[in-house]
Design a protein around this ligand. Structure first.
Ligand SMILES: [Fe+2]
Length: 305
C-alpha cells in the first residue's frame, strides 16, 4: 500500500493490474458529503432529475438487476428512505452524482488521486462517474456487471462483496458480455448459488474497498446494519476498445456469424476496432455538425441517461 498519508485511496500500485480484482483502502469515512444528512439533500436534488434507483429488500441475488426496481418497488421517496434507512427495507443508489456540482468535486478529487497510478498501465481515463449506495440491513444487490472500471469503497456499515473475474465465462458468458456492451441488457447473465465458490470475496468494513475491472460480475450482501458505499468509476482507452469489440461481435452474431471471443484473434480485433471506431467517430462528427450533443464514451464525465 502507498505510504502517502494524504492519499484518499491506498492502492498497491506496484502490483496494480487494471484487469485484476484487488483490495484497496480509503480515507473517506468521515467525509462530510458522505454523511446521511448530506446524502438526504443530495437525494432530493437527484430524484427531481430521475437519478435515483431503488428497490425493496425483497430482491435476491438472482433477481434480474435491470428490472429489480419494477419487480420489487420501494414506494417511499428517496429522502424518506434515507431518513429511516435502518427500517426502510430498501436498496437505493444515487446515480451519476458527478452531475451535481458539489459531488463532482468529490469525484474529481478521488479520481485525480488515483489517475497517475492508473495512467501508468491503463491510460485514457474518461467518463468519470460517482454512485452512492445506501442500503437497509440484510439487503442484497442482485448479481450483475457494469461497463466501467470501479473503485468501490465502504463508508459505513459492513457488507460482503462477491466479485468474479471479468474473463470467467462460467459466471458470465462471452455472449452475455457481447449483448451487454451492445445494448446494456443483462438478460444473458444468470445467477446460480454455485457461483459463490468461484468468487473473490471481500468482507468490507468502513475504510476498506475493492477495485473491480470493467464487466467483473458482482453481487453484494449487506450485514445486519445499514450501509453507505460509494463507487468511483471511469473508462479508459482499453475499456472503450473492449466494449466496442464486444458490441461489434454482437452485431456479427445478428448477421448469423460466430466470432471468436474478444482477445482470441488479434487481427480480427484490430480490423473490427478500426472499422467500427471510424463509423462511430463519423456519427459523432455528424451530430456535432448538426449542433446536437454527441453521445460519446470519450466524454470527460459519464453522461446521465
Ligand atoms: Fe455494479
Amino acid at each position: 500500500m502507498s505510504a502517502d498519508a494524504d492519499r484518499l485511496i491506498e492502492v498497491d500500485w506496484g502490483t496494480f493490474d487494471p484487469w485484476r480484482i484487488q483490495a484497496v483502502r480509503h480515507r473517506l469515512m468521515d467525509h462530510p458529503l458522505l454523511q446521511l444528512p448530506s446524502l438526504v439533500e443530495l437525494s432530493k436534488r437527484l430524484e427531481s432529475r430521475g437519478r435515483v434507483r431503488t428497490h425493496s429488500s425483497d430482491a435476491t441475488p438472482g433477481t434480474p438487476f435491470n428490472t429489480a426496481p419494477k419487480l420489487h418497488p420501494n414506494h417511499m421517496t428517496a429522502a424518506s428512505t434515507l431518513q429511516q434507512i435502518e427500517q426502510a427495507k430498501a436498496w437505493m443508489s444515487l446515480l451519476n452524482v458527478q452531475t451535481d456540482d458539489t459531488y463532482r468535486t468529490l469525484v474529481d478529487d478521488v479520481l485525480d488521486d488515483v489517475k497517475p497510478g492508473v495512467d501508468r498501465v491503463d491510460p485514457g481515463m474518461c467518463y468519470r462517474g460517482g454512485w452512492i449506495f445506501i442500503t437497509s440491513p440484510n439487503t442484497v444487490t442482485p448479481f450483475h456487471f457494469d461497463k466501467e472500471h470501479n473503485f468501490i469503497l465502504q463508508v459505513s456499515g459492513r457488507k460482503t462483496i462477491y466479485v468474479w473475474d471479468h474473463r470467467d465465462t462460467v459466471a458470465a458468458s462471452e455472449e452475455a458480455r457481447d449483448r451487454f456492451h451492445a445494448c446494456h441488457e443483462r438478460d444473458r447473465l444468470h445467477w446460480d448459488e454455485s457461483l459463490r465458490a468461484r468468487a473473490t470475496v471481500f468482507h468490507l468494513e468502513p475504510g476498506q474497498g475493492a477495485y473491480m475491472p470493467s464487466t467483473s460480475p458482482h453481487m453484494v450482501e449487506n450485514g445486519d446494519n445499514a450501509s453507505v458505499t460509494i463507487s468511483f468509476t471511469y473508462y479508459t482507452h482499453a475499456t472503450r476498445r473492449d466494449s466496442l469489440l464486444h458490441a461489434a461481435h454482437e452485431r456479427m452474431r445478428g448477421w448469423g456469424m460466430h466470432p471468436p471471443a474478444v482477445g482470441q484473434n488479434a487481427l480480427l480485433d484490430f480490423l473490427l476496432h478500426a472499422g467500427f471506431r471510424t463509423a462511430i467517430d463519423s456519427r459523432e462528427w455528424l451530430r456535432r455538425s448538426l449542433g446536437k450533443q454527441p453521445y460519446t464514451d470519450g466524454a470527460a464525465y459519464a453522461i446521465a441517461g
